[in-house]
Design a protein around this ligand. Sequence first.
Ligand code: PLP
Length: 479
Amino acid sequence: MADSASTVSQIYAQTLGVIEAVEPRIAGAIRSELTDQRGSLKLIASENYASLPVLLTMGSWLSDKYAEGTIGHRFYAGCQNVDTVESVASEHARELFGAEYAYVQPHSGIDANLVAYWSILAHRIESPTLERLGAKTVNDLSEEDWEALRATFNQQRVMGMSLDAGGHLTHGFRHNISGKMFRQHSYGTNPETGLIDYDKLLADAREFKPLILVAGYSAYPRRVNFARMREIADEVGATLFVDMAHFAGLVAGKVFTGEENPVPYAHVVASTTHKSLRGPRGGFVLATNEYAPSVDRGCPMVLGGPLSHVMAAKAVAFAEARQQGFQSYAQAVADNAKVLAEGLLKRGVTLVTGGTDNHLVLLDVSSFGLTGRQAESALLDSGVVTNRNSVPNDPNGAWYTSGVRIGTPALTSRGFGAAEFDQVAELITGVLKATSPLTTAAGTPGKAKYTIADGVAERTQAAANELLDANPLYPGLEL
Ligand code: PLP
């Protein structure tokens, strides 16, 4: 991954020395994190390994600058360099995704989604209300009109995918602000196929009449037809908001094209930068020109000062994603996920929807008599890092769950291909078969404790080490 690894090694080693002199425990944690990431099979579908240029860009004095506002229109003096950073990042994002407008300030995916929601409220509810009342801003409203407007915001309806069908918390879940801010109605998946049922979605949308239709997911292992989503939104007068946090890399890498590319169909698209897109931790929003002015109000509506050092790293990551090699990477992510899914299926593992056509695979581990929590822990003991996840209508709820979600973006960045992912499937199946739940005091199978047959975890870690050593992370980087 690094051409000039020895120079970068020196830079990092010296940097860690500087940190060590102030707080050795933090330098130690940074070193240990590299050791841990190098020594385990990272299969968390939402994680990746950012490049050294991306990581290095974040460690700069751009971090010290306040720059609330927008490019060329800041509430602080001396923002000329941040203006450059934000313009370059925004230009790359527009070009990469073919979007009319890109807003790169959100600090994370959740922030990006909040910016998206509020921009839609501003465009659809606030602006027409102000116009009707002959007011320029909310400051011009009477107390009575302002109260009425605030009440109207809360009565709006949002329709997103339910958490256990694979949606994200921010798509209207009751314990998230999106579920409290809006009246919400979730759509699920067809119980037989596990797939989105667009006809049912349309029927539900006709009845519920959402202001915002949310498409996108965290744990749905299939592609979405965004043309169909837009038709549904248009039919019920909703704004189509797509959260592409998980699959932005597959859009950028031109694996999702035509009706599977959300950008031409959505009014507003939000995303993270750190998952399949392989950038720094952060978020961004794309919008049509119609929605752009309200998206631009993200700061101060939802956000404080932008993280200029992270915006700079986003620019570097977008520039990387515009290079030819990124398309091969993104294609490999999807191809490898297929191999992983087929490898698991042929070894008898049950998969939600029976496979994948994106970057993630959702295992239903209940056929092994395990909860997701037990499977996740047993895999971790064996050097395989995953996360437990609900399956549709999960009887074990969101804490213990019945599923484990895995994905290919990180190990594909490390160079894993089909042969390696087939071996990963073998290792995962071996651990699941060798794991049993421990019974509770009442004699029933417990949901958290488990035991792994002797030697399996050690043998799995040893086999994982061989794969990892053959595909080193940040080769040549010695700390
Ligand atoms: N949207 C989706 C679909 C996600 O999967 C996630 C994170 O897992 C987010 C938003 C939130 O991203 P962040 O953790 O950066 O706030």
